[in-house]
Design a protein around this ligand. Sequence first.
Ligand code: SF4
Length: 420
Amino acid sequence: MNVRDSEHMIAELNAKEPYELTQKLDDADLIIINTCSVREKPVSKLFSEIGVFKKHKKPNAKIGVTGCTASHLGKDIIKRAPAVDFVLGARNISKITKVIEEKHAVEVDIDNDDSNYDFSEYRSNPFKSMVNISMGCDKSCTFCIVPATRGDEVSIPSDLLVTEITKAVNTGAKEVMLLGQNVNNYGKSFSTQDENTNFTALLQKISKIEGLERIRFTSPHPLHMDDAFLEEFASNPKICKQIHVPLQSGSTSLLKSMRRGYSKEWFLNRCEKIRTLCPEATISTDIIVGFPGESDEDFSDTMDVLDKVRFEQLFSFKYSPRPHTPAQDFENQIPNDVAGARLTKLQARHTEILDEVMNAQMGAEHHVYFDELKANGKVSGRSDDGKLFYVEGSEELLGKILKVKVTEVSRGALNGIVCA
Ligand code: SF4
């Protein structure tokens, strides 16, 4: 979502201001640091980065801090780092052309409504498009700062989405990635109109766009994975067979304390349903280890889910206490060394699973959408189920979906040859 927010800011600055992108720091008249605050580390990195930019920038170049850390620290960023010219929260991206004009502007209103805002267009990849379908989050997971930085959930009207995706398709994108904190809660609330719709209906509507060949989305919430949604996922040929199902913990009691709204059994049931309806689908997940109160038994439940589902991709982290969240005040915080040991064990087991999954790919054939030319004479793309592929080739492969046979496997990517 931050990448898409960056694209929106670039688009607005390109269209309404005399700015264009540069990769050279000493060329820049405006430096924007678009931040995350889900974990603590990127937040502490922010201030050291501001120091580096301040030292090396052109004398009159402006520095802006945007995104979730901007939302939660607000004017304190300028107090701590007066070199910063403006602070723009994640929910206020449409105001980028306004804040660059005002010295020390701070716009961090989490109730700001951009759901009907007509952003100018910019895509970092001409062959793919990212589209926000909702903003904010209506959940209150006890570890998560996002509702405090991105505000309550509001869906973007489906007609606007169809118009935006159609425009992207007409300018070369065959694939769209639908974005939201909880995409499959789409349609629960709109700010300006009532639409009787949901995510499954949205997928059906978007599928009708001529020329659009692939639909991806992230992230769905396990709680809202009803049968109708999973059946649409499995049967709609335009929907890529890759699904993110964020677990967080395999322990039902910990999930309760995290306020995730589902149990271990429900999670396993949903994954089993995906595997049954769509055996070719890959499932990825997020796991937090060392959440306050996590016992050895709770952690064993997480390991058990890992072994049962055999996620193809795992994003795993030690619990990081965040401001504005209840869990930071929970008793039984887990010592760092215990959380670290659990993370190592979890990742080691996942590596074994991943090796087995990837080794089984030798000789397999996939349809790959090529979208990036690499410096080493290779072209990269993704299979329908999300695997990263490299083949020898040139720009003539770009924008094409071709059958590729796997000739070499590694954990992160597959090398292959285009089938005749
Ligand atoms: S669903 Fe939970 S983890 Fe996801 S953004 Fe909302 S509060 Fe955060």
